[in-house]
Design a protein around this ligand. Sequence first.
Ligand code: HAM
Length: 420
Amino acid sequence: MISGIRGTRDILPSEIGRWQHVERVAADVCARYGYCEVRTPVIEREDLFAKGTGESTDIVQKEMYAFTDKGGDRITLRPEATPSMVRAFVEHSLEQDLLFAKLYSLGPMFRYERPQKGRYRQFHQLDVEVFGLADPAIDGEVIDLAVTFVEELDIASAELVINSVGCGDCRPGYSAVLLEALGSRLPELCGDCQRRASTNPLRIFDCKVPADQPLIDGLPKSENFLCEACRDHFEEVKRHLEIYGHQYRVSHRLVRGLDYYTRTTFEIIGSSLGAQNALLGGGRYDHLVKQLGGPDRPGIGFAAGLERLVLELPDEKGSSGPADVFVVAFGQSTWSEARVLARDLRRAGFRTLIDYGERSSKSQMKRANRSNVQRMLILGEDELASNKVTIKEMETGHQETLPRDEVIGYLALHCQGVTL
Ligand code: HAM
């Protein structure tokens, strides 16, 4: 037996309803906020992420599934969607086709990380991006979309955390302030922090090593070192969140693990996932489009981890059984008509099961019981002769016989969640 790869998962029939629910809500919320779906390939040039996600990030340094293909090109499975979305936006000049360049995508990403609950090597993201808008109102709207998405999934007690990581004008000064504050104590921090101190000192705030925390907690906060333009932008973003009535916490430690962020960063944190508790994260990236060869356009977006959302979903969501009705052929002569009845119900929009192998009515009933359907439709010889069908409600045991042409009307009234 050849098993699946560590850190990858099969999504099985027992879970698929919950996945489909999350994907449906994602697509629906994005459409309501004016986003268009795009689908980009899972393989890209390795350079796209080295330049986009950033050479100094863990993703590029340690986690990419990169290889040389048979033509000699360096290729990688995408570790995140943002650089791919930027590439597609630039390559197809999408800003000329769209009133607002608001795009979303759903699909698998790949990172060679140490697997644990909520962290996998193949995982799925809803990725949302907007290009060409510098107005802090769009930061507010993107965060509002993220909050609405989580709320519509009925995920309780999620917390919105925001920060500003400044821009090319104020960040170098702040980085210098951090290094100065650490001074001779830098060697007390872990090896990763020491590496970060030379590549991107802000990233020290990402450190999870318990022994490092007292020193890191005492470091100066970014909010006090923003330039005027970044401070104004951050104030406006907060004002917009207040307009929408969203509760949030400002954390100067929210620096995010990707290189492209400028100004706004945000995450929504779940309550029951332990260490891997970020349900989604994102921020503004005002130079990435240009950096990847496109026009000088700002960008902002976020990505949500679908595995984590599915884990946090309330139990009852997406748990409806695979079918609405089970058609039982009661007596050998009724099979043909039973199959036509099942076909007609399927065409009318009902999720319908029927048995195979001309099994006895007793074993069909047993299967119907096991299949968790809401009702059984029984077609016996009497029903066939009078052009009727008997309907049995599984929950109450209530049974009634109806003319064949009234069956669809009855089901439309009684089946939950069916739209005709
Ligand atoms: P990220 O923080 O790397 O950001 O990932 C976003 C979300 O993807 C995380 O909050 C988490 O829910 C999920 N995620 C990340 N890694 C894993 C994993 N190994 N297993 C399961 N879930 C995971 C980005 O990817 C940026 N592209 C977000 C963005 C879009 N920023 C601007 N636009």
